[in-house]
Design a protein around this ligand. Structure first.
Ligand code: NAD
Length: 504
């Protein structure tokens, strides 16, 4: 396997950070601080200073809030518009950093940055559309209405696999809503975080907005835990594993803070006998192996009608054999590395368990990268006799379990029979099957004739059950970043009481 050297990757990082204007210098590997590593070679490239001034960062964002909330929403939108322009100008630089830190192939990294640009455009429009309702009052001379108000400081915790887009979903929307933001990125992706923060600081400076509207905290879960317990954090938007959400959710609820959880998925697609199999195959392969199976929306379970199960399985296996695995910067590559050794071990463990449960495993072997710390694997297809505990577990790796079904209602029940409820798809040309699926799937995302991953920013993104119930990005997800006040205004000279109550 032909991979870039650690020095070549360091040079790419330097060029990208210099172009973006992110603060340097970066420390040598092994220096005290947060290791900035790459799954491409498994090397630590730099050391980044870990946040040691939590109190100052949060206090600054809290102090900036009153002036920011008093800034008209369309003026707040100007910062986000400028951020979108800077992201457009630096999309290749930022995408390079995403590929270095996550191992995501270059095309997908660029797509992630495009998602940031798209959400900035959405949020700028939103800055003139934070609508409340006017409601018919039962009392004469009264107006009943809803107004929306900023919350305060929004804490954003993000996962390694979407190191920049998830920050942008939260930050672009929170800023136009009048909140200030403090971000705790994944400890695995500090370089992309420095770059995003630098671009936002520049955007604020360019339009004359206070840079204090956005703060950055670099560190591990212990830094995230400080946000969890911090009364100044009005909303904590946390993206990551179910395990993390189970720790975060109850603790924020304990202090009556708001929480927006975007947690793990275990996403299924149903393939019916009427499906356009050429289209389905392309969608299935992208959804199952994109980002090496490390998307929250990755396709993990394929539920195929028994009459076409052998054909679909053979075609998926054949497509998998043609996948180029290797250097994510190489434009021919479709599957990059797993994030780290633990991810590889989890994959091996899941495949062993699937075999023990009667599954037939095809693929899944490690490719020799000539680098002991880099984990490149062939995506695996596992034909399972039935759904078992391992099938119901989110293993963050390219494993696609295949199950056969006879009756669509049973297939929908299998789709729903996992703790998570993020994304789901059906491949069918039968309108009745499509509508039954949309009605029956219990997921936050329910698609027809496209895969489970690759959502557009215009819709609200999120899932049910152990996925956490949060919604981010488009549609009316902005309401999570504001509080609603119901206002009754009496413009008469009488004081009629609601429900016709007479008092005195
Ligand atoms: P992770 O849970 O290990 O870490 C996510 C973030 O949470 C990191 O910033 C981490 O430092 C922080 N964290 C961990 N424990 C914490 C605690 N106790 N208190 C506060 N913060 C804590 O997840 P990961 O390995 O980075 O990402 C993969 C997981 O994220 C998968 O389960 C994937 O499905 C999920 N994910 C979900 C979505 C979504 O939108 N639903 C998007 C991306 C990833």
């Amino acid at each position: 396997m032909n991979l870039p050297t650690a020095d070549e990757l360091r040079a790419r990082v330097h060029r990208a950070l210099d172009a973006i204007g992110a603060p340097g210098p970066l420390g040598e590997p092994g220096a005290p601080g947060l290791p900035a590593s790459t799954p491409i070679t498994g090397d630590v490239l730099f050391t980044v200073a870990q946040t040691d001034n939590y109190e100052a960062v949060v206090a600054t964002a809290a102090r900036a809030f009153p002036a920011w909330r008093a800034t008209p929403a369309p003026a707040r939108g100007a910062v986000v518009r400028r951020l979108g322009e800077l992201l457009t100008a630096h999309r290749h630089d930022l995408a390079t950093l995403v590929t270095v830190e996550t191992g995501k192939i270059a095309a997908e990294a660029l797509g992630e940055v495009q998602e940031m640009i798209d959400v900035c455009q959405f949020a700028v429009g939103l800055s003139r559309q934070l609508y409340g309702r006017t409601i018919a009052s039962e009392r004469p001379g009264h107006r009943l209405m809803e107004t929306w108000h900023p919350l305060g400081v929004v804490g954003v915790i993000t996962a390694f696999n979407f190191p920049v887009a998830v920050w942008a979903w939260n930050t672009a929307v929170a800023l136009v809503c009048g909140d200030t933001v403090v971000w705790k990125p994944s400890e695995l992706t500090p370089l992309t975080a420095l770059a995003c923060q630098a671009l936002l600081q520049r955007a604020a400076g360019d339009v004359g907005a206070p840079p204090e509207v956005s703060g950055l905290l670099l560190g591990g879960p212990e830094v995230g835990e400080q946000l969890v317990d911090d009364e100044r954090i009005a909303l904590l938007s946390a993206t990551g594993s179910v395990r993390m959400g189970q720790r975060v959710g109850p603790r924020v609820a304990q202090r009556f803070g708001r929480v927006l959880l975007e947690l793990g998925g275990n996403n299924a697609a149903i393939v019916t006998p009427s499906a356009d199999l050429d289209l389905a195959l392309r969608a299935i392969v992208f959804a199952a192996v994109g980002t090496a199976g490390q998307r929250c929306t990755s396709l993990r379970r394929l539920i195929v009608h028994h009459s076409i199960a052998d054909e679909v399985s053979a075609r998926v296996v054949s497509a998998y054999r043609q996948l180029a695995i290797g250097d994510p910067f190489d434009s021919a590559t479709l599957v990059g590395p797993l994030i780290h050794e633990t991810a590889y071990r989890d994959m091996v463990g899941a495949l062993d368990q699937a075999r023990a449960d009667g599954g037939q495993v095809i693929g899944g072997e490690r490719h020799d990268a000539g680098q002991p710390g880099a984990y490149y694997v062939a995506p695996a297809v596992v034909r399972m006799p039935s759904s078992t505990a391992i099938v119901a577990t989110e293993t963050f790796a390219p494993i696609l379990y295949m199950l056969a079904y006879d009756d669509l209602d049973d297939a929908i029940a299998v789709n729903n029979a996992v703790p998570q409820g993020l994304s789901s798809s059906i491949f069918t040309t039968d309108m009745r099957e499509a509508e039954r699926f949309i009605d029956g799937s219990d997921c936050g995302i329910t698609n027809v004739n496209i895969g489970t991953s690759g959502a557009e920013i215009g819709g609200a993104f999120g899932g049910e059950k152990h996925t956490g119930g949060g919604r981010e990005s488009g549609s009316d997800a902005w309401k999570a970043y504001m509080r609603r006040a119901t206002n009754t205004i009496n413009y008469s000279d009488q004081l009629p009481l609601a429900q016709g109550v007479h008092f005195g």
